[in-house]
Design a protein around this ligand. Structure first.
Ligand SMILES: [Zn+2]
Length: 234
């Protein structure tokens, strides 16, 4: 299968579904990553949007090696994402590029602007993926993928529907997350927990709910004719 992780910022992928992607990779599936923004205001140490984006894209490419993933950057401005015709076209292009069986994205319940808009637009374009008259540079899909929303930041407003036990993948997930070196200082701007500590607390809490040591939590997108296939989860 092809698995697409479609998120807002470098580090969202590893934080929110890194363990699940490692399970897919071990099973021989193909991983794709698409990011709407390159997180170009996510630093108070680096100076300038171009510099921040360049550093964070490189960090994302390093992290992607853990999943043998192909990466596509849409390069919208961080915290500036709005639903627009151009964004929808770029999102459709990116999904068609990956031809996914399963998509993971942020949650539309997330009050982070970029997380919210990315999640909303990925869901909104789903019916267009198979349309031959939808403008796109990539070829239309012939089937609808299953779309899973990932956890929100700190799990606020998110009600999990299904869990993936990532206990065996947890250590490797943290190594992938640690590729995002620039975010260690940035996250300390608004969290008392350390960058990897907040991830551990999150995955331990979802593990507590699910009955295992570490877990990632998901909820499925539903629309008439586009029902989720839970059996596709690893
Ligand atoms: Zn994010």
């Amino acid at each position: 299968m092809n698995i697409l992780a479609f998120f807002s910022h470098p580090d969202d992928v590893e934080f929110l579904c890194g363990g699940t992607l490692l399970k897919y990779k071990k099973a021989g599936h193909h991983i794709f990553i698409a990011l709407t923004t390159s997180g170009n205001i996510g630093s108070n140490v680096l100076v300038g949007r171009e510099k921040i984006a360049a550093v964070r894209e490189q960090e994302q490419l390093e992290a992607a090696k853990f999943f043998d993933a192909k990466v596509r950057f849409l390069r919208y401005n961080d915290e500036g994402l709005v639903d627009s015709e151009q964004l929808r076209r770029d999102v459709i292009n990116a999904i068609r590029w990956a031809q996914p069986d399963v998509i993971f994205t942020n949650s539309p319940e997330d009050r982070s602007t970029d997380h919210n808009v990315t999640a909303t637009v990925v869901g909104r374009v789903l019916l267009s993926l198979v349309g031959k008259n939808v403008p796109s540079d990539e070829k239309p899909m012939t089937k609808f993928p299953t779309l899973f929303y990932c956890d929100t930041s700190a799990g606020i407003h998110f009600v999990p529907e299904v869990y993936v036990d990532i206990t065996d993948e947890y250590e490797e997930k943290i190594k992938a997350l640690q590729c995002h070196v620039s975010q260690i200082s940035w996250m300390s701007e608004y969290e008392d927990q350390g960058f990897t500590d907040s991830c551990r607390i999150h995955n331990e809490f979802r593990g507590l709910q699910a009955g295992c040591k570490y877990a990632e939590a998901f909820a499925a997108f539903r629309l008439h004719g586009v029902m989720p296939d839970f059996k596709l989860l690893p």
